[in-house]
Design a protein around this ligand. Sequence first.
Ligand SMILES: Nc1ncnc2c1ncn2[C@@H]1O[C@H](COP(=O)(O)OP(=O)(O)OP(=O)(O)O)[C@@H](O)[C@H]1O
Ligand SMILES: Nc1ncnc2c1ncn2[C@@H]1O[C@H](COP(=O)(O)OP(=O)(O)OP(=O)(O)O)[C@@H](O)[C@H]1O
Ligand SMILES: [Mg+2]
Ligand SMILES: [Mg+2]
Lengths: 227, 227
Amino acid sequence: VMKLEKVTRRYTMGDQTLRALDEVDFEAWPGDLLAVMGTSGSGKSTLLNVLGCLDRPTSGRYLLDGQEVSSMSRDQLARVRNRTIGFVFQSFNLLSRTSALENVELPLLYAGVPTAERQRRSAEALTQVGLRERMLHMPNQLSGGQQQRVAIARAIVGRPKVILADEPTGNLDSRTSVEVMALFQRLWREGMTVLLVTHEPDIAAYASRVITMRDGKVKSDVRQEPR
Amino acid sequence: VMKLEKVTRRYTMGDQTLRALDEVDFEAWPGDLLAVMGTSGSGKSTLLNVLGCLDRPTSGRYLLDGQEVSSMSRDQLARVRNRTIGFVFQSFNLLSRTSALENVELPLLYAGVPTAERQRRSAEALTQVGLRERMLHMPNQLSGGQQQRVAIARAIVGRPKVILADEPTGNLDSRTSVEVMALFQRLWREGMTVLLVTHEPDIAAYASRVITMRDGKVKSDVRQEPR
Ligand SMILES: Nc1ncnc2c1ncn2[C@@H]1O[C@H](COP(=O)(O)OP(=O)(O)OP(=O)(O)O)[C@@H](O)[C@H]1O
Ligand SMILES: Nc1ncnc2c1ncn2[C@@H]1O[C@H](COP(=O)(O)OP(=O)(O)OP(=O)(O)O)[C@@H](O)[C@H]1O
Ligand SMILES: [Mg+2]
Ligand SMILES: [Mg+2]
């Protein structure tokens, strides 16, 4: 469903060049529940951003559902991203002046879903992440872990084909993390492909496949029995 | 060194009242390396914000070094905070238009430290968190875990008496987390009091004391042999 061929993402700062991704060959299959691990700065977020069409490779090809992403128009890309991909950002990226519920409604608003259905589905997504009691709070009236869960609810509400989650349990206690991983596993069994960046082995244990990155390269790629 | 007496922090939203802290009696001693654990929304960040003078209790008393904080003037409070406390925020709070180095220099700038010494000490703090190669990067040119480490460097550069760290390893892989905890332990043995919020038992294992919060209350308080 997602294929990177010799993808490099270079950053140039003055006379220095940094390869956040270095000639990466990578393929994600429908039905993957994939954990991406690796040290701080190894390129995990960059990988996810390229897969999520939020960043373009400096060289190499990215094929999404068989179609080359660099050949799509901006409109096409925006539509594909909204319909196909749900993204949980490492720093949440919530709109600070709208409530948790309104933040979650955003993808459905773009997709033209009618108001009643939009609100019902958003309330449901927030309930699934344990935030029924906090739906009308603004982001600055929420704890760090609650903001993270609003970001997760927003990523899943549109029932996308693929969920890309960057450290979705980074601010969550063990019990809440287990609830979120159970939710991701349930969505996965219902047919969603899930890629999540995590630095915690206990969380990676829920995945069916684990890749490890270092210095912009994929160092290992292992299938396993999910927890 | 820090004492909360029957401290409550209430939030009122319409006709609802939420107690983020609920009649908390708490004391931190010089020489503590304290881990604060608890579920998402249990009040950990609120506790740290009150201890760090970034938030005021709705009722109860806060004594910092024997002095009642509510009786201090705004200037006094700002000076105490700058000189005594180093704070690592759950969401980093870096200035986006200045480099990593300049972000770390900020507490020393407020304290009137001369330029050469300020830059030397800031470069040293960044080296201690493994970011020597990234000193001149802007925050948006850094990975999540690198931004977190800039926030840590900024909190320790002023050699404060107390470090309050809210999930300092939340975005760090295991190896980098171990390096950060070794750094905190080294500062602790040099005489700093360290309070850190964490949801990871492996990180709490480095502490000499662990408190657990739930629904705005301190549920348990246990001394242990640090890892
Ligand atoms: N401005 C506010 N208005 C209303 N409620 C608030 C406000 N700020 C925080 N809260 C609530 O106070 C409670 C405690 O928040 P706090 O940030 O201290 O939790 P926490 O233990 O740090 O959680 P986490 O582990 O998710 O970071 C939460 O339930 C939150 O919704
Ligand atoms: N705009 C930029 N300019 C220069 N370098 C950048 C830029 N953005 C990212 N980098 C560098 O690219 C590397 C990879 O970053 P990335 O965010 O993908 O790491 P990561 O694996 O997600 O790390 P973490 O676990 O800390 O979140 C880092 O070393 C970072 O400093
Ligand atoms: Mg990252
Ligand atoms: Mg918090």
